[in-house]
Design a protein around this ligand. Structure first.
Ligand code: NAP
Ligand code: MN
Length: 265
């Protein structure tokens, strides 16, 4: 078990970031944190960048449950970053004065063709990769719910609900709820094809199965957060909410709803 104060910094190795990270490392060491060179030895993983960098930090370190992820922003404060790289003193102050809390974010687990399984912190998207529409059978557990035809579907976590999901008029969901939201990308609705037409939310006791109808558009693109899966022939996609939670730190007066207000209102 790594030491509780083993800290790993995750960031793009550019000269600009390197220069910004050096004072951060010095400050951390001064405050009795031990900087480790490999993520596997860390108990705290700090991503430096934006929300996109945080998603990558979690993905590339394997969605670990035994460590704390911390988002340090270099631009606007987003949804996964509670700290800003230009306010280091404030960050140390908050940590020392116990002005922080740990929060747990639900994830979704995606299984493709009953083989490989992947976790997502924002969302999984299944999209047509060609100009033709993509058709899928949509099952809620074993129940055939609808036949979808259109550009694709987004299955979002609560923390992902403010990202892609929101751009297609999905609702913002409280991360205290372990659930997933299914929203449509340009569904065809006419006398032949019918879908619900609005987003819907599933509880952690349910699963969702998407079967790609093999009608010539058989190779959808599958996105997991900010990465594309390299699996070409995804016939069946099974999605559920696992026990796995991502632990991150939260400033006491910076709840999810503060962030929603700060970003959108
Ligand atoms: P990007 O194209 O740079 O991201 C788009 C924007 O989404 C960035 O401003 C990013 O913030 C922000 N973002 C990421 N996660 C968020 C969250 N949970 N809540 C609110 N905003 C969030 O790519 P990226 O930075 O790697 O982010 C990947 C995400 O982009 C995907 O997971 C997907 O949700 C989203 N996306 C959105 C659309 C759309 O809205 N039409 C299309 C494709 C992907 P930062 O600038 O801080 O990174
Ligand atoms: Mn980004």
């Amino acid at each position: 078990m790594p030491n509780r104060r083993n800290l790993f910094f995750f960031y793009k190795q550019t000269k600009e970031l390197q220069e910004k990270v050096e004072p951060l490392k010095a400050l951390a060491e001064k405050n009795d944190f031990h900087i480790v060179e490999e993520a596997k030895d860390a108990s705290i993983i700090a991503s430096i960048g934006g929300d996109g960098a945080f998603l990558q930090a979690v993905r590339q370190t394997g969605f670990r449950e035994d460590c704390l992820y911390v988002g340090i922003s270099t631009g606007e404060l987003g949804f996964y970053c509670d700290f800003h790289i230009d306010n280091l003193q404030e960050m140390v102050g908050d940590i020392l004065s116990e002005g922080i809390e740990v929060r747990r974010y639900p994830t979704i687990e995606v299984k493709v063709n009953n083989e490989s399984s992947f976790y997502c912190l924002n969302e999984c998207t299944i999209r047509s990769s060609i100009i033709k529409t993509l058709a899928m059978e949509v099952y809620v557990e074993d129940f055939h719910f609808e036949t979808f035809r259109g550009d694709g579907l987004i299955v979002s976590t609560p923390t992902g609900s403010t990202a892609y999901n929101k751009s297609v008029n999905g609702a913002v969901m409280d991360p205290k709820l372990a659930c997933m939201q299914v929203s449509e990308l340009a569904s065809l609705n006419n006398n032949h094809y019918r879908t619900l037409g609005s987003p819907f939310v599933l509880s952690d006791e349910r699963s969702l199965t998407l079967q790609v109808i093999q009608d010539g558009n058989d190779y959808p693109v599958i996105g997991i957060d900010n990465e594309a899966l390299s699996i070409q022939h995804a016939k069946e996609i099974h999605i559920h909410i696992p026990e796995k939670r991502i632990k991150t730190v939260k400033l006491k007066d910076n709840s999810f709803w503060h962030k929603v207000q700060r970003s959108f209102l």
